[in-house]
Design a protein around this ligand. Structure first.
Ligand code: MN
Length: 444
């Protein structure tokens, strides 16, 4: 594995004058500095923010105070924008320049830090006085199927003798998702109506879905795009990836089962997709890179355009991922959420870079602010399965909660929260914050 290219922003001994950023368990220490879009309670205008402990650096205010004066005018303009698309369009090098300045501004014992601290009341927002938005105007959203454990589990439910289709080990399988129904963490989600069948041949009835599920996924926001007709070589693919978030690809399994052949999921997934609001940059994730999936003997090597030595050596990300549930009954009883699963991002047969390169390989143009998601992240053990379809095995082995409630699929009032973080000796732990949503009842 190639050693990470690190700079002062990864220094684990650096402390912030924002006290909460120095807590060992914070998702947002000085080494993280993820970008997001927030709105103050007192105004409509969305602003670019950088999370630091339990505070947010208001980039509009900090730019107006002159704190980002050393950056190019185009970068400063991006920091006063209404979404992250402008910064994503500029690309990773400019985002890294912002990261370095923000690190100095928020660090204790630096002249820049002292100057910023004197303005703390103007440039820091408290997370309880703001609302988080979807971080970019997402033009297009594509969802993959890259966890070989998920694909094998789901495939074996429907094709016990032949769980993986012949194409799986040759290309990252994906489908075009729906960008318009992507919502930020905390937004309620409504149970969908749809066509469902009681026998595989139909006929269908129209009913509220009885099999709503979540899918634990990692998302990647595209930085610069490619021109239509051009491709994105794998060796340069990560220059086109801005950063990562958590994604819940809500799925109505009964609707999906009837509609998905022959063209794939449609209404079963387009009713809502939840994203965590903070985009953790690839620079912040640099210490936590891992080799790509070790293909077992007998698996084909990736085709040349999907094969790159650096991607093999460090194309993965060491992210621990969890799913938590809080039912209405648990909330009413004042009980805390319970963990449904814990796994990691290591079982992905394809890297995010390979997914992006494949996406553009026929000439499709991706654009800054586009979202690609990994597909359900599942591990080999039962406790690492990233959706209820797998955890409860098509409803055959429901999950029992401490209240005595069981779940084969989600009930109205269930809140699903995804969490993710990275840890490695010698570095600060960084996290993604939460990706959560409550499933509400269907329309009458
Ligand atoms: Mn999915």
């Amino acid at each position: 594995m190639t050693p990470p290219v690190l700079d002062e922003t990864h220094d684990p001994s650096a402390i912030s004058w924002v006290e909460s950023a120095n807590a060992a368990d914070t998702d947002f220490p000085l080494a993280n500095l993820p970008f997001g879009i927030f709105r103050h309670d007192f105004e409509e205008r969305p602003r670019v923010g950088i999370a630091i402990g339990d505070r947010v650096l208001d980039c509009l205010a900090a730019t107006h105070e002159g704190l980002f004066h050393e950056l190019d005018p185009a970068v400063r303009a991006a920091l006063t924008s209404w979404s992250l698309n402008a910064l994503m369009t500029l690309g990773r090098d400019d985002a890294r320049a912002v990261r370095r300045v923000a690190h100095r501004l928020l660090r204790a014992n630096t002249p820049e830090g002292a100057r910023a601290r004197a303005m703390a009341g103007d440039i820091l927002a408290s997370t309880d006085a703001i609302g988080m938005r979807v971080p970019a105007e997402i033009g297009d959203y594509s969802d993959f199927y890259a966890s070989v454990h998920h694909a094998t589990n789901v495939g074996s439910m429907f094709r016990p003798d032949n769980p993986l289709l012949p194409n799986y080990k040759w290309m990252p399988i994906g489908y075009h998702g729906r960008a318009s129904s992507i919502v930020a963490s905390g937004t309620p989600v409504r149970r969908p109506w749809g066509q469902v069948v009681s026998s595989p041949e139909g006929p269908p009835t129209v009913a509220p879905s009885a099999r709503v599920d979540y899918e634990l996924e990692v998302g990647a926001f595209v930085a610069r795009g490619n021109r239509q007709g051009d491709t994105i070589p794998l060796a340069r693919a990560e220059q086109h990836l801005f950063g990562l978030c958590l994604v819940n690809d809500w799925s109505a399994r009964d609707i999906q089962q009837w509609e998905y052949q022959p063209l794939g999921p449609f209404l079963s997934k387009s009713f809502a997709t939840t994203v965590s609001p903070w985009v953790v940059t690839l620079d912040a994730l640099e210490p936590f890179r891992t080799p790509s999936f070790a293909r077992p003997a007998g698996d084909p090597a990736p085709l040349p355009h999907l094969n790159d030595a650096a991607d093999q050596a460090s194309g993965g990300f060491g992210i621990t991922l969890e799913v938590w549930i809080c039912t209405a009954t648990m909330r009413e009883a004042g009980k805390p959420a319970e963990r449904l699963s814990r796994g990691d991002f290591g079982g992905m047969y394809w890297t995010l870079a390979q997914m992006l390169t494949h996406h553009a390989s026929a000439g499709c143009n991706v654009r800054a602010g586009d979202l690609i998601a990994s597909g359900t992240v599942s591990g080999p053990e039962r406790g690492a399965r990233g959706c209820l379809l797998e955890l409860a095995w098509r409803g055959q082995t429901p999950v029992t909660l401490s209240t005595g409630e069981t779940r084969a699929f989600l009930h109205d009032g269930d809140e699903i929260t995804l969490r993710g973080w990275c840890e490695r000796a010698g570095f600060r732990r960084i996290g993604f914050g939460e990706c959560s949503g409550v499933l509400g009842s269907a329309h009458a």
